[in-house]
Design a protein around this ligand. Structure first.
Ligand code: SF4
Length: 305
């Protein structure tokens, strides 16, 4: 017998717990929250509904309002890609809209708008972009989407407990990679997949971007973060589909999680959110960083006067 307390120690334990209780990953996550003793089931579901509404508004705002980041480095890309989705894109209209929705949220984040970290602000677009856009396609109710968010939460928690969800600790694989894993698992569970299937999809997403560095230009969560959310969303769709058609990850989920942590720890500090490596130190990256520093200095002086 596996207890709820031990269930989140690994993916395989969580799957065994779900099989023992005949429940989904989402339900295991809800029970874990109830066991913390702070809220009733109804209150927990209500809290998640609030998250869903914030996610929906951030997608809407990024796609419909013209959003420019505080640094003026980014804005409007999500809206542009969403409109382009009508014109026979190579990756298909649905993928294009999902990717645009993911970018929308990170653009909102860069403009200091409200988002839900999933698992972090830098990776906040993937889960809402994937779930909300696929939800429209599939006519999923808010109740179903909320179950999807709990499933995603369970997967995010497995990474947080057994590896890392921080770019400063494990590079971008730990942020957009985990966001992608959470979204893929949610799609699979909402499509009737088992907990093992959901974690299979999650494992594949991480394998696909294993070793991805964190190298934000000028130290801002904009470049390459916004476009990496688009990639993370597409990765989630593909891994969900591969799982649902019966393709298995050769390396099991728990081993992928452990590998992600090892690879993250092996990364030099330049590639872990310090803006001292990768794209951040390209000639263009450095020029942008100088300009941003200059504008920040002017703003500081204006505030003083
Ligand atoms: S590049 Fe770094 S800051 Fe940007 S999304 Fe990835 S982990 Fe987050």
């Amino acid at each position: 017998m596996i207890s709820l307390t031990d269930a989140f120690e690994s993916g395989s334990k969580l799957c065994s717990f779900c099989a023992q209780e005949k429940i989904t990953l989402a339900e295991a996550m809800i029970r874990r929250e109830i066991a913390r003793g702070e809220m009733t089931r109804e209150e927990i579901l209500e809290e998640m509904k609030k998250n869903l509404l914030v996610m929906r508004e951030s997608v809407r705002s990024g796609l419909e309002d013209y959003i420019e980041s505080v640094s003026h480095l980014s804005g409007g890309a999500a809206m542009r890609l969403f409109r382009y989705a009508k014109y026979d894109p190579f990756c298909g209209s649905n993928t294009c809209r999902v990717a645009a929705s993911a970018m929308a949220v990170v653009e909102v984040n860069a403009s200091m708008g409200q988002i839900v970290a999933a698992p972090t602000a830098g990776a906040s677009g993937i889960l809402p972009g994937v779930l909300l856009e696929c939800g429209i396609e599939r006519n999923w109710t808010d109740e179903q989407l909320i179950q999807g968010l709990f499933c995603a939460g369970a997967v995010g928690l497995l990474f947080a407990e057994n590896a890392t969800i921080s770019g400063a600790d494990g590079g971008c694989q730990a942020e957009t990679g985990v966001g992608s894993a959470m979204a893929a698992a949610a799609l699979v569970e909402l499509s009737g997949g088992t907990p093992e299937d959901a974690l299979n999809a999650a494992a594949m997403t991480i394998k696909n971007i294993l070793g991805l560095v964190c190298d934000p230009v000028a130290g801002l969560v904009e470049c390459p973060c916004i476009k990496r959310n688009a990639l993370g969303a597409a990765n989630a769709l593909l891994c969900a589909d591969m799982t649902l058609c019966g393709i298995n990850s050769l390396i099991p989920f728990d081993e992928v999680v452990a590998t992600m942590l090892t690879v993250g720890r092996d990364m030099r500090k330049e590639y872990r959110e310090t803006a001292m490596g990768g794209l951040a130190v390209t000639p263009t990256g450095k020029q942008i960083a100088e300009k941003v520093k200059h504008f920040q200095e002017i703003e500081r002086r204006n505030e003083t006067f």
